[in-house]
Write a new protein. Structure first.
Length: 149
């Protein structure tokens, strides 16, 4: 069967090549997101889509959003485990972050976009600790951004 110039090739009944590729990327994306530790920008880059496309898919396909949310929950659990372990070992920044995060009514709310980030980052930390704290705050910013949508 010949292809009409200017028409997209049909490869499955009712779907064109772009639709099939989009569906394939959507199906693979949660795995790509997990591989990139929940970092949406990095996952989008690897998948070859824009962040706008990612958010459009979240809105348009509830099952896609649910799968991506599962990845996010796993990442949060990993970070919480690390934080708890550090707090249990009496690392000062981890104790403060844990208490402020888990007991807001007693120890204040962490606003990752404002002063609390700066206060905690001024604590005497090893470079690796500073990197971990920055990653945790960046992850919290992403979560807050997602919740604001």
């Amino acid at each position: 069967m010949g292809q009409v110039p200017g028409k997209t090739k049909r490869i499955e009944k009712g779907y064109n090549m772009a639709e099939v590729e989009s569906r394939r990327i959507r199906n693979d994306f949660p795995n790509i997101l997990a591989k990139n530790h929940g970092h949406i920008g990095a996952a989008c880059h690897e998948a070859g889509i824009s962040r706008v496309t990612y958010y459009n898919w979240r809105h348009k396909y509830p099952e896609f959003a649910a799968e991506c949310d599962k990845v996010d929950e796993i990442q949060i659990s990993i970070i919480e485990d690390i934080l708890y372990e550090e707090a249990y070992n009496r690392v000062r920044w981890a104790v403060e972050l844990y208490l402020k995060g888990k007991h807001k009514e007693r120890y204040g709310h962490i606003d990752s976009n404002k002063a609390n980030t700066q206060v905690i980052m001024q604590l005497p930390l090893f470079e690796e600790d500073q990197r971990i704290v920055k990653e945790a705050f960046n992850h919290m910013k992403t979560i807050n951004h997602e919740l604001d949508r």
